[in-house]
Design a binder for this molecule. Structure first.
Ligand code: C2E
Ligand code: CA
Ligand code: CA
Length: 240
């Protein structure tokens, strides 16, 4: 697992770490999830991967917290298939119990398609997660069939606005208009907004002007190996 920091845009304070899985291949080296998640889903391998990721990330964060890391959550990505096939809420409750991580330090990232395709079961699962105290983020927001109705129906905490909007933000008045509207809507619904994939100083300034709450991207830090992530967090949080 690699971890990418998420910062508060206003003061640069560390606000969370996203766990991103990699496959250490004997010949090809580190292989990114885009190359194996879809395949894993089609071969029924996503469940074992998810069952490895979840406790790993929770245990890691708990260990870091015990070693003095700022009390911030770790975010875990769940694919639509995992969300549908597994009793996610019960599994997460068990992992939290086993690892001793307090539920408010776990966030689940889901894409819009999860909510679109599992309406009633999805709603029940999200409410069960909420009841546990776990945070819920919508990933890649704006790229799928963004249905505004689910924003009021589902207990969501964060909207992660896709990099495709962030990338064009400084140059495109349409993107600025859309992003600003999403941020304002988020604020009225008490959702935090996250700018994903900020790579350059220009983009960093652009997302600042738009009024995002939180920011993530190569400009701040790439996803880091666990040793590096902990060192980075101790060194940099609050000093960006
Ligand atoms: P995602 O959840 O949207 O994660 C963000 C992706 O953008 C990551 O790619 C991250 O490395 C990359 N990224 C971060 N900052 C920047 C930036 O400034 N510029 C650019 N161009 N990219 C940036 P990664 O690690 O290859 O992950 C790809 C996708 O694989 C993730 O997209 C997520 O959907 C999925 N994934 C990752 N880990 C897991 C996992 O444990 N379980 C499941 N089910 N899916 C996972
Ligand atoms: Ca994500
Ligand atoms: Ca994303």
């Amino acid at each position: 697992l690699h971890y990418q920091p998420q910062l508060c845009l206003a003061d640069g304070a560390l606000q969370g770490l996203e766990a991103l899985v990699r496959w250490r291949h004997p010949e090809r080296g580190l292989v990114g999830p885009d190359e194996f998640i879809t395949f894993s889903e089609s071969r029924g391998l996503i469940t074992p991967i998810g069952r490895w990721v979840m406790p790993q990330a929770c245990r890691q964060l708990k260990e870091w917290q015990d070693q003095g890391l700022a009390m911030v959550p770790v975010a875990i990505n769940l694919s639509a298939l995992e969300f549908r096939q597994r009793d996610v809420a019960a599994e997460i409750a068990a992992v939290l119990r086993d690892t001793g991580l307090a539920p408010q330090y776990l966030e689940i990232e889901l894409t819009e398609s999860v909510l679109m395709h599992n309406a009633s079961q999805g709603l029940a699962t999200l409410h069960a997660l909420k009841a546990l105290g776990v945070g819920i983020s919508i990933d890649d927001f704006g790229t799928g069939y963004s249905s505004l109705s689910y924003l009021k129906r589902y207990p969501i905490d964060k909207l992660k606005i896709d990099r495709s909007f962030v990338m064009d933000t400084p140059g495109s008045s349409e993107d600025v208009a859309i992003v600003t509207a999403i941020i304002q809507m988020g604020r009225s619904l008490q959702l935090l907004t996250v700018a994903e994939g900020v790579e350059t100083e220009e983009e960093w300034k652009g997302v600042g002007i738009c009024g995002f709450d939180l920011v993530q991207g190569y400009y701040i830090a790439r996803p880091l190996r666990r040793e590096d992530a902990f060192a980075w967090a101790l060194r940099n949080a609050g000093h960006i």
